[in-house]
Design a protein around this ligand. Structure first.
Ligand SMILES: [Zn+2]
Length: 260
């Protein structure tokens, strides 16, 4: 197996992985989407809401807000408090605002400053003169498989594109260059070249326009894997956590097998 990092940033991670099967990379993708726990608003208690937006609409909006997720919190199901309401397994975000104003995510006070909205400018509710809102949003760890609110990232992969060009097949490449919707084909010194193979979506439009000269396929043993974090944590941490989850499952499985 070979791994090569192609891009690494605060929210995006892109790498090549080769020598593995589609089932293997798909298990990582699915684990990221469904089984890496992150913090999200789980419940909202309203003390006051005179705005034109209903409690449910505001609660739904808060639930979808990505929050920074530090290490150390317990899942409500694993906490001794059994209610998901102590400081080991929950965080309170409180909002108190009076119109005229637009209350934003960043206006909420967190009981743990390490758990905060990723986008503080995101509007929560618009309040007109005399309208008030007072609420407590209860944040807990959860899983993407239970609700998309807890999905830490978008994870995807594709086969590494293989674009074979017969340079002797033609002299005029304009038709082929124009066919590519990603604009990654160019002519250099009379030859057709691919400027950025990773951008190829395997749509095969170029091969359809120039079947005499171009063949496009995906290499089923090499993948481009991409993780786009919601901002809840870094994409490397999401990837590492997904691998921990998979490892734990394998350990449990092998313990079960030992007992046979
Ligand atoms: Zn607790």
């Amino acid at each position: 197996m070979e791994l090569e990092i192609r891009e690494i940033g605060d929210e995006n991670l892109r790498f090549f992985i080769s020598g593995v099967t589609p089932a293997f990379v798909n298990s990582i993708r699915r684990t990221i989407l469904q089984e890496v726990p992150v913090m999200a608003v789980d419940e909202v208690e309203f003390a006051e809401n005179d705005s034109v937006m209903g409690d449910e609409v505001i609660a739904h909006r808060l639930g979808q807000m990505p929050l920074t997720t530090p290490d150390g919190y317990l899942l409500p199901s694993e906490c001794d408090c059994r209610e998901g309401r102590c400081s080991n397994c929950s965080v309170d975000l409180t909002l108190e605002a009076e119109g005229p104003t637009v209350a934003r995510a960043g206006d909420m006070d967190s009981s743990d400053p390490d758990v905060a909205p990723v986008q503080p400018d995101a509007p929560v509710v618009r309040l007109e003169e005399g309208q008030k809102v007072k609420l407590t949003a209860i944040v807990r760890l959860g899983f993407g498989e239970d609700h998309a609110n807890w999905q830490p990232a978008i994870a995807s992969y594709k086969y590494l594109p293989v674009i074979e060009i017969d340079q002797d097949a033609r002299e005029d490449w304009d038709e082929c260059v124009d066919a590519c919707p990603k604009n990654i084909l160019e002519v250099e010194d009379g030859e057709l070249v691919v400027t950025d193979r990773e951008e190829c979506t395997l749509c095969k439009a170029c091969a359809e326009a120039c079947p005499d000269a171009i063949e496009v396929s995906g290499d089923p043993s090499k993948f481009i894997f991409k993780i786009e974090s919601t901002g809840c944590m870094s994409p490397e941490r999401i990837l590492k956590k997904s691998i921990e989850v998979l490892k734990d499952k394998c350990d449990q499985f092998s313990e079960g097998v030992e007992r046979l």
